[in-house]
Write a protein that binds this ligand. Structure first.
Ligand SMILES: [Zn+2]
Length: 302
């Protein structure tokens, strides 16, 4: 899955430090992130300080708004506001741009970066997007309305006026592979949105609800099925939507008649193993499906 970056090591302990030359410069423009695409869009990497002109480097170094995010191995990921790199209106940011080292830089869509081959880059983008989006949405204190600042010691935003501390928001959610052990089938569903593939039942954990109850409720709401035994599989942080996804196999209990929730789903049905194709397993959802396809899910049902 995308967060599996071994032998590299993700360090999410919060240890802010000054910018170093080899650190990754993380700069977002909405849903796009500045990447070095010299080796191709599919092999994009985060730029470093020396990719920028001496003037830009100076503006970046002097900025009070550089934000240490995390590190992978020894490389720090530093969030830099776009106006520290580009003067609004005077330099093109919508097209390719040649950096000071001759490298080609471009603001790439986050989905494009997510799908490229190096999990280190994909995972760093997911986590940095999550943090950048959270910081943008918490520039002001929700209690007293004053401007917030990054907390000096914790990964949090802090209100100096009233002392409010705002931690990163992570929403728990579940992905559920409903299986019928008697007939060796899996239930897949297609949503109404832009994503056109068959995937798993999924949804957010509601307030006051256990994870287990969430699994049972989502399955009943979306496809009208009752499930019995639940088998926890794995979890996955998904920064693009700020969720922590927990994956389960859930055994059908009783009638297998599917009744879809028409406000959520376009289609849902049972699949035999032979109908499934090999899929990329960057996401937990497709890892659950692929583990079923390969017959390994039975280990999880014991
Ligand atoms: Zn406040």
């Amino acid at each position: 899955m995308i967060q599996d970056i071994a032998p590299h090591v993700f360090h999410n302990e919060y240890t802010p430090r000054p910018l170093k030359d080899l650190d990754a410069i993380v700069c977002y423009d909405g849903n796009k992130v500045l990447m070095d695409i010299t080796a191709g869009e599919d092999k994009a990497i985060f730029p470093q300080l020396n990719d920028f002109t001496p003037e830009q480097q100076q503006r970046i170094r002097e900025s009070r708004r550089l934000q240490y995010l995390f590190a992978i191995d020894e490389i720090g990921y530093i969030l830099v506001p776009m106006d520290r790199i580009f003067n609004p209106g005077t330099e093109p940011v919508d097209s390719d741009w040649t950096g000071a080292t001759g490298n080609t830089l471009r603001f790439l869509h986050i989905q494009k970066v997510r799908q490229q081959s190096d999990n280190c880059v994909g995972h760093a983008m997911m986590v940095s997007y999550h943090l950048s989006d959270w910081m943008n949405k918490h520039c002001f204190c929700g209690r007293c309305g004053s401007m917030t600042v990054p907390h000096a010691k914790e990964r949090a935003m802090y209100c100096e006026s009233c002392g409010n501390i705002i931690y990163p928001q992570i929403s728990p959610a579940v992905a559920v592979a409903v299986v019928d052990p008697k007939t060796d089938r899996i239930l897949l569903a297609k949503g109404l949105g832009e994503f056109k593939k068959f995937a798993l039942i999924a949804g957010y954990v509601e307030i006051g609800e256990t994870i287990e109850d969430c699994v049972r409720r989502e399955v009943m709401e979306e496809v009208g099925l009752k499930v019995g035994k639940l088998h926890y599989f794995k979890s996955q942080p998904w920064g693009l939507t700020g969720i922590e996804m927990m994956g389960f196999y859930a055994e059908l209990d009783g009638d297998d008649t599917v009744t879809i929730q028409e406000t959520e789903l376009a289609e849902a049905r049972w699949f035999d193993r032979s109908e499934l194709k090999e899929e990329p397993t960057m996401s937990l959802s497709f890892t659950l499906i692929d583990t079923f396809r390969r017959g390994e899910y039975v280990n999880w049902l014991k």
